[in-house]
Design a protein around this ligand. Sequence first.
Ligand SMILES: C=CC1=C(C)c2cc3[nH]c(cc4nc(cc5[nH]c(cc1n2)c(C)c5CCC(=O)O)C(CCC(=O)O)=C4C)c(C)c3C=C
Ligand SMILES: [Fe+2]
Ligand SMILES: [Fe+2]
Length: 338
Amino acid sequence: MTLPPDHPSVSTGGVGVLLVNLGTPDAPTPAAVRRYLAEFLSDPRVVEIPRIAWKPILHGIILRTRPAKSAHAYAQVWTQHGSPLAAITAAQARALQARLGADVRVDWAMRYGNPPIATKLQAMAATGCDRILVAPLYPQYSGATTASVMDSVGDALRAMRWQPALRTLPPYYDDPAHIAALEQDIVRQVEALDFVPEVLLLSYHGMPERTLHLGDPYHCQCRKTSRLLGERLAQRLPGMRIETSFQSRFGRAKWLEPATETVLESEAKAGTRGIAVVAPGFAADCVETLEELAIRGREVFQAAGGEHYATLACLNDAAPGMAMLEALVRRELAGWRD
Ligand SMILES: C=CC1=C(C)c2cc3[nH]c(cc4nc(cc5[nH]c(cc1n2)c(C)c5CCC(=O)O)C(CCC(=O)O)=C4C)c(C)c3C=C
Ligand SMILES: [Fe+2]
Ligand SMILES: [Fe+2]
């Protein structure tokens, strides 16, 4: 019997970085949104209800009603490059590739929908990446997001005979580079507004409150981002009050409070005339920031008597956020490429 050659046709020694975000439908249509929500909401990390109880609710109620409503929201924010979340994540990968140079391969994937994590890990390994940094683009860790990405990575590895070595980007909610990037980006955007906001609302995606009591660090990490950012902004934009809230409530259970909608309404009713809203838990703008905050949030604030309303962009692929991501990724790649 002849042994296979020492070096198969595949070249090795390559380093890869895989940026991962949540995922998004392929089109702003009820059918595409239904496919996406079916995958997303079947993840036991996202809906922590026993499958036997959840399946009839998901298939009997939610997937019959929500896709049309959500498709309407997606249609209002869809771009010529597709869903904002996918378009911005792709742009972040291109920008990071340019910063890191040709000896590191940068790609991107989505936890739900396309492009799948497994497909991208396999493609990177097949083209010679035997060391891959998986970077879930969630500043704050939660079981529903960061851990779910790692579940999917584990599933992908299970199907691979020849696995790459992996590292993962830790949550960066309190990293000085992250806080500095947010500070720089927020100050620039607030100073460009045509009004002076009395309040800056830091709105994070919500989670069921139960997850906090079960030990999920998400709520505490959001609060710490707010505290650190608030300390910095107090120096740069004195006089602007900073508040924190949680958006995008889903289902009947109690979610983290205060709810963004409630705060917008109560601020307007209490006499706040101008408010700016920013989402420091989202690495990229998406339906939750562009529709829920920018469109519906404005309606809520103004219906309750508020006047001036602005939503600020997420870090996206602009320079402050990309410089931060480059620094975090270079730190994690130490020893792999130096
Ligand atoms: C940034 C962190 C996020 C956490 C934490 C999170 C938890 C979470 N989300 C849902 C349900 C939905 N989220 C939806 C959209 C959505 N969620 C995040 C991020 C987090 N979610 C992003 C970036 C997006 C946008 C996706 C896009 O395509 O732009 C949706 C879909 C939209 C809709 O129908 O409203 C749902 C549903 C739960 C239940 C949950 C925690 C348990
Ligand atoms: Fe979500
Ligand atoms: Fe939403």
